[in-house]
Design a protein around this ligand. Structure first.
Ligand code: MRU
Length: 346
């Protein structure tokens, strides 16, 4: 199995390079991130997005912040590093990988002795390890996913929502990783990509990734999925997740819950693919997952064009929670399990 050739986060010459995902598919362009304030802004504005990719970016953000703290005293260094972590935490609230990666970085800082230079060195190594580990983990998720996809027909049409691909991870993908593995194994006929209003990650990013890798892809608008299932055009749904509660309730891009409801109605298996770092074992169920609300401009404007009249109100939740009862299995790097058995993988 090979990784994709798409790496959203690259460490190079003491800088982070991010693929600017707000400009795809029109322009493939890297942005240089030189300090942690710039990293926090890039996460907020979704230059880098997708739960595992945000985690990797935040880890490098912590390192950039650490690098620029000029003191030799650990007692002064650590509180300043906590400020860096706090700014990075206040970027996007739903994807738990962000908080997980920052926690891993702080663990490294507190566990690396009392020499500031050594701590900084260890922090860079931890950020790089988080990135490498995600690549490997996603490849394992791809393998595990292959084992649970429906055995017939021989070649499957798989529907996905948003972008849970290389762009959303270190470079392979969770849901799109399973799809990529199915393609490599000759088990995929075609991907159906929901366009994913309001930010169109499916139409822009998933479609772009598939084109790069010559995977056949059909883009549909979100409201066409029920019709496609009724017409028996879809054999399985595979989506990613931003945070999964201990009972298997899973938060993912807004629209995922509706998709799960119609999949159940049409007896189409519905899989959530995610690394265990996306599971928040501290939360009993999905009602406790914080849901990000974003600027309504994402709904009422496309490009420079305003779609809606002045004088209306908007509600723009970025994620929704799919109850465990609608999920066939959660595919992790340690295997695919029923949502209620997730706890056994802790
Ligand atoms: O708002 P986004 O684009 O960051 O949302 C991304 C998703 O919802 C993905 O499906 C999820 O993060 C899984 S990425 C492997």
């Amino acid at each position: 199995m090979t990784a994709s050739s798409i790496y959203p986060v690259t460490w190079q010459h003491d800088r982070v390079l991010l693929i600017d995902q707000t400009r795809l598919p029109g322009e493939f362009h890297h942005i240089q991130i030189a300090n942690y304030h710039q990293m926090a802004e890039a996460i907020k504005t979704m230059i880098v997005r997708g739960a595992p990719a945000i985690g990797v970016a935040a880890a490098y953000g912590v390192y950039l912040g650490a690098r620029d703290i000029y003191t030799e005293e650990v007692g002064e260094f650590l509180p300043l590093l906590e400020n860096v972590a706090e700014e990075l935490r206040h970027t996007r609230p739903t994807a738990v990988n962000l908080f997980w990666a920052i926690r891993e970085m702080l663990k490294t800082a507190y566990g690396s002795g009392d020499n500031v230079a050594t701590i900084k060195q260890q922090l860079l190594m931890t950020a790089q390890a988080i990135q490498e580990q995600d690549l490997y983990t996603c490849q394992q998720i791809g393998d595990r996913g292959l084992e649970v996809l429906p055995s017939s027909p021989d070649k499957l049409n798989i529907l996905t929502h948003c972008n849970a691909g290389a762009l959303a991870t270190a470079g392979y993908g969770t849901a799109l990783g399973v799809i990529r593995s199915a393609w490599t194994a000759g088990r995929l006929e075609r991907v159906y990509a929901d366009e994913t209003r309001p930010r169109l990650q499916g139409a822009k990013l998933t479609a772009w990734e598939c084109v790069q890798e010559k995977i056949p892809v059909t883009v549909i608008t979100d409201n066409m999925a029920a019709h496609c299932m009724q017409k028996k055009m879809i054999h399985a749904v595979v989506v990613g997740a931003d945070r999964i509660a201990a009972n298997g309730d899973a938060a993912n891009k807004i629209g995922t819950y509706g998709l799960a409801v119609i999949a159940k109605m049409h007896q189409v298996p519905f899989f959530v693919a995610a690394p265990l770092s996306t599971v928040d074992f501290d939360l009993q169920d999905g009602t406790q997952i914080p849901i990000e609300e974003r600027d309504p401009i994402e709904i009422y404007q496309i490009g420079e064009t305003r779609l809606c009249p002045e004088g209306v109100d908007f509600y723009n939740p970025a994620f929704d929670v799919t109850p465990n009862s609608l999920i066939t299995a959660i595919i992790t790097e340690k295997g695919a399990v029923k949502p209620t058995q997730l706890i056994s993988l802790q």
